[in-house]
Design a protein around this ligand. Sequence first.
Ligand code: CUA
Length: 337
Amino acid sequence: MPAARLTALAQALGWPAGPLAAESPGSFWLPPAGSTAAAGVDWLFYFILYVSALFFVLIVGLMVVFVVLYRRRPGVAPAPSPSHNTALELLWSAVPAVIVAFIFYQGFTGYLDMRTAPRNAYEVEVVARKWSWLFRYRNGVTHQELHVPVGQPVRLVMRSEDVIHSLFAPALRVKADLVPGRYTSTWFEGTKPGEYGLYCAEYCGTQHSEMLSKVVVHVPGGFEGWLEEEADVLQRLPPAEAGEHLYARKYGCAQCHSTDGSRGNGPTFKGLLGSDRRFTNAPPLAVDENNVHEYVRESLRDPRAKIVEGFQPIMQRYDSMSDDEISALAEFIKTLK
Ligand code: CUA
């Protein structure tokens, strides 16, 4: 094979990606790298992959060769086989032991590095619940998406409000469980501005596969601007527009409540104003201008107070929503005729 094609093949397989390489371009096996952790993680991944492939081919190949070579043949008596070979046995014990010890050392030190955040890390609080993500920033801004500055270590302090979830951002090589009743943490440093997928990697119920978000790594200066913009969304936009922002981006109501009449985990917001609500545990309610704010407010503060017929009581309380935000959301819902 010509050298150029060999190099292309090696690159497609992710090689060369050494501990010294700044970042890997991605391959069949791994997505393009977007964090400082990627070089070490990728290098160890490929090392284990190729060592395993090598031994697989070696062992299975020899097995096949021996089966053919030493098969039983008519007229040939089986030769007495040796029962013991000290040198060989030492070799096949020592070589794998050294390789496994090396992999353990690399894996363990790599794990410690990925669990120990640098002192200057920017802290973001993460709350997972069925089935959405909430990221809370230092200035009090909360959002459905994880926004971070490029070239800055970010520490995630995480908890779950219900069951075990797992935050997984493949491009950043970040994956860590969120466990109810305890805080867990992880950290990363984005190296390339852009948007990356963020998933839940622990089966957490029927909508587990829709527990999606994204990580936005901002260009220098972009993150601060974004934070300020988010902080005064209520001041910047008219109530109904601010409410739409809260619905779609900040609180992720869109995950369960549609605005086009289609059925989700929760009832659609379309036509809520002017509808006759029937509940399994409360008298019916004709929703009008006078009570829509109160109804929306109660649904957020005490979701079990009125369960709409035909739906499960799975909504969680949204205590972190301010009264102004609830008003804005109600104004938005009023526009959905
Ligand atoms: Cu949360 Cu799966």
